[in-house]
Ligand binder design. Structure first.
Ligand code: SAH
Ligand code: CA
Length: 238
């Protein structure tokens, strides 16, 4: 791999030792097994200026494996964008399982929606066009929602992750799993601040704080996985 010569070249999408290694994993184990509708949703997203926000296929593959193990009936997703992780979840959970999917950007969701419909899994999805926090509060006003979810995926505004976590610790069942994306934030969490481009600093700061809080949270069992842009997997234990 080329030696980094300036701060910009430190910023990469992958977290492994080399781009070649990441490519090797994708080409050997991920792309050949990626379901066709997920490839399609990547294609329809490719021209979007924020296409890189989508969950990476290697993270998706791990999430799908987790979902099969958990077999959740009720799931929640915060941060849908064009729907890569949403479609992945909808394709993986069982026929009568549901996803509450929250994003205030309906336009982005509508880019992926035709692919979701074509895949025949839109009946599992309830899309909520809203800021996530007020909607989570609304859910918590009905005590029947407490402890009712078995899986949550969080991939929205990084500065609210801890607030989402606090709400999810009520909404998830004990034994339920929350997965947080981008918790290594393009590897910037381990860089000196001066090396990090200005535009990445606020979310880096948020990731540093959330990671510290999650690591110290006795309510969860946790694994911080260097897949994609960093996934933190938390299982509620109390
Ligand atoms: N999971 C998606 C990527 C999500 S990108 C995928 O796999 O493709 C982040 C998304 O979070 C964006 O669509 C953005 O609109 C949404 N978002 C940001 N802040 C939010 C908030 N406060 N409430 C709800 N959604 C939010
Ligand atoms: Ca993400």
């Amino acid at each position: 791999m080329e030696k980094a010569t300036n701060s910009q070249s430190y910023i990469r999408q992958y977290l492994l030792q080399s781009e070649e290694l990441y490519k090797y994993i994708l080409e050997t184990s991920v792309y050949p097994r990626e379901p066709e509708p997920l490839k399609e949703i990547r294609d329809v997203t490719a021209s979007h200026p924020y296409a890189r926000m989508g969950t990476t296929p290697d993270s998706g593959q791990l999430i799908a494996l987790l979902l099969k193990l958990i077999d959740p009936k009720k799931t929640i997703e915060i941060g849908v964008f064009t729907g890569y992780s949403l479609l992945l979840t909808a394709l993986t959970i069982s026929e009568n399982s549901k996803i509450v999917a929250i994003d205030m950007d309906r336009k982005a969701y509508e880019i992926g929606l035709p692919v979701i419909k074509k895949a025949g899994v839109d009946h599992k999805i309830e899309f909520i066009e809203s800021e996530a926090l007020p909607f989570l509060d609304q859910l918590l006003q009905d005590s029947r929602n407490e402890g009712s979810f078995e899986y949550a995926y969080v991939d929205a505004d990084k500065d609210n992750y801890w607030k989402y976590h606090e709400k999810l610790m009520k909404l998830l069942k004990i034994g339920g799993v929350a997965v947080y994306d981008n918790t290594l934030w393009k590897a910037t969490v381990a860089m000196a601040e001066e090396q990090v481009p200005e535009r990445l600093r606020p979310a880096r700061q948020a990731a540093l704080e959330t990671n510290k809080l999650l690591a110290a949270d006795p309510r969860v069992q946790l694994s911080h996985v260097p897949v994609g842009d960093g996934l933190t997997i938390c299982r509620r234990i109390s």
